[in-house]
Ligand binder design. Structure first.
Ligand code: TXA
Ligand code: MG
Length: 322
């Protein structure tokens, strides 16, 4: 059992940021807003602090975690950037992109945060509060999404508290996150950049910068190397039925686009069919519909381009057999 501790609610101001950085430097666990989702942060250089993340989330296994840095210069002390990695970092950082690169000889990210791998996952988030905490903490900060393992990712401080109250030291409340799905993860390890997880930067934008199609992890001949690609993930309590035209009797409905009929227990990800708006609403709406307690949530078809790829990835995981 994890010892219960009071979880402090910190304001997104200078004093909250200073408190969060001090807690992190002391090995504590702090949930931070990023532009994608709330992250459960700990000092990535301390194996003990990182172990606390797994304990609080009840992660069954030691998946490697993303280390967050305030800028490209500090990221380059941790990892070795080839030409593709550098071009992607310059195009999308700060922002919702994670790069998996070979760890540098001077990498200070703990073995536990890297799950013993010779590579390291690095991200420079765009959220001003995350940025300020990273600057003040002065070290790489590991942060998976701030939810219990297997549950829906947290996009507000209230979601964090629902899952982790009493299990972490603090949460900074900066309102709902803007992007709403996690960062896109691209591995630049061998000259052929691979998409490990679709996310907040659309695949098309990445391919435009590197001037070639991304190799998709899991394609023939490429074993999935990102343990976060586990099929069942992001699971609500309700079953999830995808690509539905309409709800069956008794189902909750997660709609998309204009001209929908009014159903009981329904929410629309974006009445204007805007994929950015849909991504921002996705996890919060799944939580809301789940709380209604219907056995099944039926979900409308979502286009597979732009942010639709990340939305559909999360929906397929939510619908996967558990
Ligand atoms: O938007 C995000 O990325 C959020 C916010 C908080 O920044 N963070 C996040 O972290 O989603 P996490 O720990 O839930 O996702 C880590 C993913 C996992 O799929 C993990 O397998 C992959 O990154 N990963 C980390 N290090 C890796 C490595 N060295 N090789 C391959 N995959 C790696
Ligand atoms: Mg997660």
């Amino acid at each position: 059992m994890l010892a219960s501790r009071p979880t402090k609610l910190l304001a997104a101001d200078a004093s909250g940021i200073a408190d969060a950085a001090a807690l992190l430097q002391a090995g504590g666990l702090v949930a931070l807003p990023t532009e994608t989702v709330y992250g459960l942060a700990a000092d990535a250089t301390s194996g003990t602090a990182v172990a606390g993340i797994y304990a609080a989330k009840e992660r069954p296994s030691f998946n490697p975690l993303i280390s967050h840095l305030p800028n490209l210069m500090s990221a380059r002390r941790q990892g070795l950037f080839d030409a593709n990695a550098l071009a992607l970092a310059q195009a999308f950082w700060p922002g919702p992109l994670t790069l998996v690169v070979p760890a540098s000889p001077g990498c200070t990210v703990s073995d536990l945060a890297r799950a013993g791998l010779p590579s390291v996952a690095l991200r420079v988030p765009a959220h001003p509060v995350a940025h300020a905490v990273l600057e003040a903490a002065g070290r790489p900060i590991a942060a998976p999404s701030a939810n219990r393992s297997g549950r829906i990712s947290a996009t507000s401080a209230a979601h964090v508290m629902a899952d982790l109250d009493g299990r972490i030291d603090a949460v900074i409340d900066a309102g709902p996150t803007e992007v709403g799905v996690e960062s896109t993860i691209v591995a630049c390890l061998d000259g052929a950049p691979r998409l490990l997880r679709p996310g907040g930067v659309p695949r098309e934008a990445i391919e435009h910068v590197i001037g070639r199609p991304l190799v998709i992890a899991g394609d023939a001949g490429h074993a999935p190397i990102s343990p976060g690609m586990l099929a069942s993930h992001y699971a609500p309590a309700a079953r999830v039925r995808l690509d539905a035209d309409a709800p069956h009797d008794g189902e909750a409905w997660l709609g998309f686009g204009p001209g929908e009929r009014e159903y009981p227990a329904s929410l629309n990800l974006s009445p204007t069919a805007d994929l950015r708006e849909a991504a921002a609403h996705l996890f919060g709406y799944m939580r809301q519909l789940d709380e209604i307690g219907r056995k099944t949530i039926a979900v409308a078809r979502i286009p597979e381009h732009g942010l639709g790829e990340a939305i559909n990835d999360r929906l397929r995981r939510a619908a996967a057999p558990r």
